[in-house]
Write a protein that binds this ligand. Structure first.
Ligand SMILES: CC(C)(COP(=O)(O)OP(=O)(O)OC[C@H]1O[C@@H](n2cnc3c(N)ncnc32)[C@H](O)[C@@H]1OP(=O)(O)O)[C@@H](O)C(=O)NCCC(=O)NCCS
Length: 208
C-alpha cells in the first residue's frame, strides 16, 4: 500500500453502488445531464439506429422493439444518462460503476471504486465540443460526487473522434490491443483503453 495517495484510497463508508446520491440534473453551459427515463427510448433509438453511430457501439439493436427491451432492462437503464440541449435529447452517456482490480485478500476494498464511461452524441450536434462538455461534467460527478478513484473508457482505434475526446479531457491511453475485438463487419479491429485517476483529474482541474 506504500505510495498510495489519500485521494486514491477507497473509502468504504461512502462507496456508491448507484447514481442516486448525485444531485441530478447536472447543468453545463449548454447541456442538461440527467438519468435516463423509460420515455427516452424513442429519442435515444433515433440516434443509436444511425449506422454512423451504431457502427462503433458494442451492441446494435435490430429494431425498435429489441432496442426498447434492452433499454428498459433495469440494470442497463440505471447506468444510463441522457444529454438534453434546449429540451431535446441529443445523446446519452453510460456511467457504469465497476470494481477495481485487486488481490483476493483486499478485493473488498476495490469494490465499486471505478467507473467505465461510454458516449453517444447525435451527429447533427457533433464537432461543437458538446461531448467534451458532457464527459467533463460526468468526470466531475465521478470524482467529486461519487468519490471514485479511477475512470476508464475504451474504443476501437479507428474511432478517432472517441479517442480524441478522451485525450482532450486528459485521459491516458493505457492499452492498445492489436486486432483483439471482432467488429460486426467481420473485421478484427484494434482497441484502445483510456483511464484517468482522481488525483490526475484534481491536478488537471487545479491547473485549468
Ligand atoms: C464519439 C463522439 C461522441 C465524439 O463527438 P465529437 O463531436 O467529436 O466531440 P465533441 O462534441 O466534444 O466535439 C469535438 C470537436 O468539436 C470541436 N470543438 C468546437 N468547439 C469546441 C469546444 N467548445 N470544446 C471542445 N471542442 C470543440 C473540437 O475541436 C473537436 O473537433 P476536432 O476533433 O475536429 O478537433 C461522436 O463522434 C459519436 O457519438 N460517435 C458515435 C458513437 C460513438 O462512437 N461512441 C463511442 C463508442 S466508444
Amino acid at each position: 500500500m506504500t505510495g498510495r495517495t489519500s485521494s486514491e484510497t477507497p473509502i468504504m463508508s461512502r462507496m456508491p453502488q448507484d447514481l442516486s446520491i448525485v444531485g441530478w440534473p447536472v447543468h453545463t453551459d449548454r447541456l442538461v445531464i440527467r438519468p435516463a427515463r423509460p420515455n427516452d427510448v424513442e429519442a435515444t433509438w433515433q440516434i443509436r439506429r444511425m449506422i454512423s453511430v451504431s457502427c462503433w457501439l458494442t451492441s446494435a439493436a435490430e429494431d425498435r422493439v429489441q432496442y426498447s427491451d434492452k433499454f428498459l432492462d433495469p440494470e442497463r437503464i440505471s447506468k444510463m444518462l441522457v444529454l438534453e440541449r434546449g429540451g431535446a435529447v441529443i445523446g446519452d452517456l453510460m456511467l457504469a460503476i465497476r470494481d477495481g482490480c485487486a488481490q483476493t485478500e483486499v478485493a473488498i476494498q476495490a469494490k465499486g471504486v471505478e467507473a467505465e464511461l461510454g458516449w453517444v452524441v447525435h451527429p447533427a450536434h457533433s464537432g461543437q465540443g458538446l461531448a467534451t462538455e458532457a464527459v467533463r461534467a460526468v468526470l466531475r460527478v465521478c470524482f467529486e460526487d461519487l468519490g471514485l478513484r479511477r475512470v476508464t473508457a475504451q474504443c476501437f482505434a479507428e474511432n478517432v473522434p472517441s479517442w480524441r475526446l478522451m485525450e482532450r479531457l486528459g485521459m491516458r491511453r493505457e492499452q492498445y490491443s492489436v486486432r483483439d475485438f471482432l467488429h460486426r463487419s467481420g473485421k478484427w479491429m484494434d482497441r484502445m483503453t483510456y483511464a484517468i485517476l482522481a488525483s490526475e483529474w484534481r491536478a488537471r482541474s487545479l491547473a485549468h
